[in-house]
Write a protein that binds this ligand. Structure first.
Ligand code: SAH
Ligand code: SF4
Ligand code: F3S
Length: 440
């Protein structure tokens, strides 16, 4: 009988994409996807440790899998990703959960197949590489992302924001070569109407290379590929977002008009403690630059509340900045202590205060989102359809807005023109205009 696998993915898009690589490795060895965890022969946990809650989710589900494994000892349980890449974490996890068969880190994901093989000779495998290795470009991929294809352009992060664990578990920045990215992009845009370029800080793409590759050069080359497709990217660090990149977006119709530009906080004192290396004024100047070139751009951001020493006045600065920018979407987080990071040693804010602040931030954003949706009514958008259920298509506009509309046919994967007719909170509902464009 065919062996089945199930992958639990936690964390960011990087992990979502890396799970496609894990799936690719499994598929290339004859495994097929299981509909649910209970019926799988191999269960993988691709973990995240950005906040404590991310780790709690992993440990909770591992508890469930422990019971499964008691009933069916032949199941293979593999844990990989950021959580086990932390100093000493793999050994601690193996002690706590001895039933785990394979543990590997973020730098050796491409070896997963070998680890599976090794289980025929050894009881378990724990292999964490301390240092980042050369980029491995030819890992098999089993894509599972609907109309969008993820494309890694770089790995790692050099920024060391004082709260963040990512640089410790993902290593230093390494950019793929333009040629290898272009080759992958060329294949992808023949099959997918949208590609999203991935990196922790895509604006520093190429900085580690000696061949003159920069993010704007890469974007231009990708946009020159034939076909009608949309190109997005994430994530951008505000300090490195250049005018050249914004101009490139403005000059290329294939570029998405949606920019995720995490601000984290509105107080200059807190931004400094966070080691973000910009002030709220510099951030606002970047937003102004984006709006000058791209008046209709959609913007989103990550914001953290309760960073160590954050006062009510600091938080008021965050509220004010978010109200000024009027983001389409805001991803809000309560600061979570990560051991080994500088912020962990700073004076912490009371959990009650953090919760109260995030509640106020979310409430403010709900109002802004509803207001922006109302203002969009009557406007016409180019939309890439990504879902179709019960006669209703869902999709995203070029500026990143979600919109739904009725349709007799399934338009998934097609670009169409939709007029926004009604707003419900921050949700938009529209109608197809007769100007429907074909993909090729
Ligand atoms: N490289 C991306 C961020 C990746 S992590 C960037 O710099 O934009 C995604 C988000 O998680 C961050 O933007 C931040 O808002 C949040 N985050 C990171 N570390 C955190 C921590 N210790 N506690 C709470 N939120 C955190
Ligand atoms: Fe973390 Fe900062 Fe790097 Fe983003 S830029 S991954 S927040 S250290
Ligand atoms: Fe989490 Fe690692 Fe991404 S810590 S947010 S999965 S880079």
């Amino acid at each position: 009988m065919e062996k089945r696998y199930y992958i639990n993915t936690y964390g960011c898009q990087m992990n979502v994409h890396e799970s496609e690589k894990l799936a690719g490795i499994l598929e290339s060895r004859g495994y097929r996807a299981a509909a649910e965890q209970d019926s799988a022969d191999v269960i993988v946990f691709n973990t995240c440790c950005i906040r404590e809650t991310a780790e709690t989710h992993v440990l909770g589900n591992l508890g469930i899998v422990k019971k499964l494994k008691e009933r069916r000892p032949e199941i293979v349980v593999a844990v990989c990703g950021c959580m086990v890449q932390k100093d000493g974490a793999a050994v601690r996890l193996k002690k706590r959960c001895p039933f785990i068969d394979i543990i590997f880190g973020t730098h050796n994901l491409h070896r997963f197949g070998e680890y599976l093989d090794r289980l025929s000779e050894t009881a378990s495998v724990v292999d964490i590489w301390e240092r980042e290795a050369a980029i491995v470009d030819d890992v098999p991929l089993h894509r599972d992302s609907g109309v969008n294809a993820w494309l890694n352009i770089m790995y790692g992060c050099n920024n060391f924001c004082s709260y963040c664990i990512v640089p410790y578990v993902r290593g230093r920045e390494r950019s793929r070569s333009i040629d290898s990215i272009l080759a992958e992009a060329e294949t992808l845009v023949k099959q997918y109407p949208q590609i999203t370029l991935l990196g922790q800080n895509v604006n520093s793409y190429g900085n580690d290379r000696a061949d003159g590759a920069t993010f704007s050069v890469l974007l231009k080359k990708i946009c020159e590929l034939p076909g009608s497709f949309r190109v997005g990217f994430m994530t951008s660090h505000p300090k490195d977002l250049s005018e050249e990149v914004v101009r490139t977006i403005a000059e290329n119709d294939k570029m998405s008009r949606f920019i995720h530009l995490p601000v984290q906080a509105g107080s200059d004192r807190i931004l400094h403690l966070m080691n973000r290396r910009y002030t709220s004024g510099q951030y606002s100047d970047k937003i102004k630059m984006i709006r000058d070139y791209l008046p209709d751009a959609g913007l989103s951001s990550d914001v953290m509340v309760g960073f160590p020493t954050e006062t009510e006045a600091d938080f008021a600065d965050t509220l004010r900045l978010c109200a000024d920018v009027r983001y389409n979407n805001l991803y809000t987080f309560i600061y979570s202590r990560r051991s080994g990071t500088p912020a962990d040693k700073m004076e912490q804010v009371d959990q009650k205060i953090k919760k109260e602040r995030i509640r106020r931030l979310i409430a403010q954003q709900a109002e802004i989102g509803a207001q922006l949706a109302k203002e969009a009514v009557g406007k016409t958008f180019r939309v890439l359809c990504d879902t179709y259920t019960d006669g209703v298509c869902g999709g995203k506009t070029d500026c990143g807005r979600a919109i739904a509309f009725t349709s007799d046919t399934d338009l998934t994967g097609r670009f169409v023109t939709v007029r926004a007719e009604r707003a419900e909170h921050s949700k938009l509902f529209g109608a197809l205009t007769n100007k429907t464009e074909d993909r090729r």
